[in-house]
Design a protein. Structure first.
Length: 483
């Protein structure tokens, strides 16, 4: 037999796990369908990874194998609910992680139809392509890639809502490399969504004996649950995730002060519209001393929270933002100027358009550093650094490497590249009135070649002579033919 039969390819695994969702299609809306399929994937993983998921234990009669053995139970949905609820209740890190799942819901049909759907779901996850036990022993990445594939498929199908809680894999990789994490770092995302950014950074230093801690907060319940699942599937421990609105009520607090972190990565909501300016003026953590962002565009609310949460001596942050953050006036300009003058901004990186799900607009990455040793800022225009796709553009390895290499060059004292990047001084930024639009610093226009009028005129004269010779030759032939 061929090796592929024993050990399926990644594409085969991805196709199989996506097809397993047929049990829910037509019965559940997209968001519910996503939560149910991911939750069942996670439930199967917990059973297959028993003893290899930190301190998580599976109670008796609660594993996937037990449910499979009792798939002919009169009420299979109730059996599944009980297994999941008990598993979550007996493991603190899984508290309420299945709370929004109910396999007895009438949305899945009456009892007979519901049991049929669930038996098919169990059969699909019993296929050899989804034998997580063998992958854990041989190549755990097959599982994490399949999980990421599901997240991406759901984001792609979600329309304008797709990019709200999912960051494309290539952006995760890029930010992780730019942050340069190392053993001992604390890593934080104040709006962690599916947890993909945290997982990307931690994976950079994940090896036997690696020491790091991950922290995060998320307002949406479904994403809070999925983000925690993501950490466990990536085998990333320890972590501390909190539920709630980071701006209104930050949960990661010690002795009435914001906790400090070595690395912060985030792709917060592009135009955070729940920002309460009155509450901000009374903020007990003094996050908005640089200025209070406008209520309709609260992007700087997250940026200011992140800056106040960085370790003073060695904090680094990478934040995905809309381009408006770079040039809008009013209070945002005041905040931007304060950040630049305090020498916290290290780089502005423009990304390609149509990279994020649900929006065709391009975004930028801001890199902050509390231990910056000079006042220059690097500007990179990577708008053309992508491969065009049918639905989304993609940044490939060469595009990511070009950005990272340019940033490394900037840290070494260089960083400027014609039509791509520019190392700008504080004086130049002041001259631009603290407008950080990348086009003000990186000129990507193609210069037109100078027109040589003399050469054109000379060529016209030559052509005219050739035409006259041709006419003379034609007249001679016509005369010989007596025309």
């Amino acid at each position: 037999m061929s090796p592929e039969i024993h050990f399926p390819s990644q594409d085969n695994v991805n196709a199989t796990v996506w097809a397993a969702g047929e049990s829910f299609r037509g019965a559940l809306g997209l968001q519910e369908y996503k939560k149910y399929l991911l939750s069942f994937f996670f439930f199967k993983y917990l059973g297959d990874a028993t003893g290899k998921t930190g301190d998580i234990t599976i109670p008796d009669k609660c594993s996937f194998d037990y449910v499979k053995a009792h798939k002919n139970n009169a009420d299979l949905g109730a059996l599944l609910n009980k297994a999941m609820e008990k598993t979550a209740a007996e493991n603190p890190s899984l508290k309420d992680i299945f709370s929004s799942i109910d396999f007895t819901t009438e949305k899945l049909g009456a009892l007979k139809e519901r049991n049929r759907r669930l038996r098919k779901l169990i059969a699909d996850f019993s296929k050899k392509q989804l034998d997580f036990k063998s992958f854990i022993d041989r190549d755990r990445k097959i599982i994490t890639h399949a999980w990421t594939y599901l997240l991406e498929r759901f984001a792609s199908n979600a329309g304008k809502k797709g990019g709200d809680h999912y960051t494309p894999e290539e952006v995760n990789i890029l930010l992780a490399k730019l942050m340069m994490p190392k053993d001992g770092d604390s890593i934080y995302d104040p709006a962690f969504g599916s947890g993909s950014l945290l997982a990307g950074v931690a994976t950079q230093i994940h090896h036997d004996g690696a020491v790091y801690k991950m922290f995060g907060q998320e307002a949406d319940q479904d994403n809070f649950d999925i983000g925690r699942m993501n950490m466990i599937i990536h085998d990333l421990y320890p972590y501390k995730m909190e539920k709630g609105d980071t701006i209104r009520k930050p949960a990661l607090v010690e002795e009435e002060q914001l906790m400090k972190f070595d690395i912060i990565v985030s792709n917060p909501p592009f135009s955070y519209e729940n920002f309460n300016t009155k509450e901000a003026g009374k903020d007990p953590f003094h996050r908005f001393n640089r200025g209070i962002p406008p209520s309709a565009k609260g992007n700087y609310a997250f940026i200011l929270h992140i800056l106040e949460s960085l370790t003073p001596e060695k904090g680094r942050a990478g934040v995905v933002v809309p381009h408006g953050v770079l040039f809008r006036l009013g209070t945002e300009k005041t905040i931007r100027e304060s950040i630049v003058r305090d020498n916290l901004l290290e780089a502005v990186i423009g990304l390609p358009a149509n990279l994020f799900f649900g929006t065709g607009i391009s975004a930028a990455i801001l890199i902050f550093n509390t231990a910056k040793q000079h006042q220059d800022i690097l500007f990179i225009d990577a708008g053309k650094e992508s491969e065009n796709g049918k639905k989304q553009n993609r940044m490939r390895q060469q595009h990511i490497s070009k950005i990272v290499d340019t940033f490394d060059g900037f840290l070494a004292g260089g960083g400027s590249m014609d039509k791509y990047s520019r190392r700008a001084s504080l004086y130049e930024i002041q001259r631009n009135d603290f407008n950080l639009s990348i086009s003000r610093y990186v000129d990507t226009t193609e210069r037109k070649k100078k027109t040589d009028i003399y050469a054109i005129q000379k060529r016209m004269e030559e052509l005219e002579k050739e035409m006259n010779r041709a006419k003379s030759e034609m007249n001679r032939y016509l005369k010989e033919l007596e025309f």
